[in-house]
Ligand binder design. Structure first.
Ligand SMILES: Cc1cc2nc3c(=O)[nH]c(=O)nc-3n(C[C@H](O)[C@H](O)[C@H](O)COP(=O)(O)OP(=O)(O)OC[C@H]3O[C@@H](n4cnc5c(N)ncnc54)[C@H](O)[C@@H]3O)c2cc1C
Ligand code: SF4
Ligand code: SF4
Length: 342
């Protein structure tokens, strides 16, 4: 069987418009040969032209091993397998939380108790709203970066290389949208020699529910800036609830129907069928829980341990109401159906 290289990704994923932009291939490439150009990132990575496999004939294929869009790897389950599902909130003040602040509470507990060394996640520049992937190691930074970046996109997992290779962290938690979590589950389960060091360093996969994400340049610069005269520093909060709600500083909120934002949706999202991050240890979303709470889906023994310890510490608080499973399943089915149509 012919060896696989980035050329397979190019033909089967990049050129087909399937790339989600998760950045996993960039993280594990031992030659640092894949990247998104900084000025014009496009929709998929580019290669420098050098490749261990193609150029030197040294067996590699690490990039193909971790790509969630190579082959037939799309999850086929709506809510996925889980042990428990309940509403939760942080037991302390998280001013910028998106839902109940439960994600920040779980991560803060894990960092403060030394269960993890670092968190790989997506932060944003509060002035320009430009998202960036970061490695966080303090409670203060976690609380400061709470909230959802819908104007993702950044190749989040590219920062995994910084955490594991440059900073040598061996107990890393990653917060990611479902496509990133799918890639990380492949990383964790891979027996590829070049991928294993990354897999061994992953301790907690925290998935965020996701219907779609928007391209920064189109959403922030074009739609908000040029079409609606909104500067990024005026935006206090973005929220997607069947429509995009933009809370503004000193002005009435702007509400945009999702249908008007089709052009801003990342192409790779059009073929995505996973709403709830079925490959995560714990998934978190807004739908299904009352206002001020996060829906937590506890999927694995490791996820349960992290959640139970955070609850016992009081940093995470369980809500009393039942989660509305039908509401989650309805949204998951709507996403899967929309994608099949595309
Ligand atoms: C692009 C996107 C789409 C979403 N779509 C839905 C949806 O359709 N339905 C739904 O119910 N929920 C959706 N969510 C999840 C929801 O917005 C909240 O993230 C979730 O409820 C957790 O809330 P929280 O208050 O517990 O998180 P917080 O305590 O506010 O913490 C959020 C954490 O997520 C990290 N983060 C923010 N943006 C990203 C990102 N893009 N990638 C990786 N990490 C990130 C932050 O750094 C922070 O650590 C979406 C989230 C994102 C990022
Ligand atoms: S989906 Fe992720 S791993 Fe696959 S090619 Fe795109 S960025 Fe790389
Ligand atoms: S819709 Fe799917 S591909 Fe797009 S960002 Fe969300 S999880 Fe990734």
């Amino acid at each position: 069987m012919a060896a696989k290289s980035y050329r397979n990704l190019k033909e089967e994923v990049w050129d087909q418009g399937l790339c989600s932009g998760c950045g996993a291939c960039i993280a594990v490439c031992p030659a640092d040969a894949l990247h998104f150009p900084a000025r014009d990132p496009g929709t998929s990575p580019v290669s420098s032209g050098y490749c261990k496999e193609d150029t030197d004939g040294v067996p590699c294929g690490a990039c193909v091993a971790v790509c969630p869009r190579a082959g037939d790897r799309a999850p086929k389950r709506m809510l996925g397998e889980y042990r428990e599902i309940w509403p939760a909130r942080a037991g302390f003040e998280v001013p910028r939380r998106q839902s109940g602040g439960a994600v920040t509470a779980l991560l803060t507990h894990a960092l403060e108790e030394g269960l993890i060394d670092a968190v790989v996640t997506v932060a944003e520049d509060r002035f320009t709203l430009l998202p960036r992937s970061v490695v966080i190691t303090s409670r203060e930074a976690l609380v400061h970066e709470a909230g959802s970046r819908y104007q993702w996109w950044v190749p989040l997992l590219a920062s995994l290389k910084e955490a594991v290779v440059a900073r040598k962290y061996r107990r890393v938690a990653v917060v990611g949208v479902p496509c990133a979590i799918q890639a990380l589950r492949l990383v964790k389960e891979s027996d590829h020699q070049l991928v294993k060091p990354f897999g061994r360093s992953l301790r907690l996969l925290l998935g965020l529910f996701c219907t779609e994400t928007f391209d920064y340049r189109i959403l922030v610069e074009q739609v908000l800036g040029k079409e609606h005269g909104v500067a990024p520093w005026e935006v206090k909060r973005l929220d997607v609830k069947g429509k995009l709600e933009v809370t503004l500083d000193g002005k009435p909120a702007l509400v945009l129907p999702l249908a008007s934002l089709e052009a801003a949706v990342r192409p790779g999202c059009h073929t995505c069928t996973d709403l709830t991050a079925v490959d995560a240890d714990i998934s978190a979303g807004a739908v299904g829980s009352p206002k001020g709470f996060t829906t937590l889906v506890i999927r694995t023994p490791e996820g349960k341990a992290f959640a139970d310890l955070a609850l016992a510490s009081g940093r995470l608080v369980k809500g009393e109401e039942e989660v509305d499973l039908a509401a989650i399943e309805k949204l998951a089915a709507a996403k899967a159906k929309r994608r099949r149509k595309m």
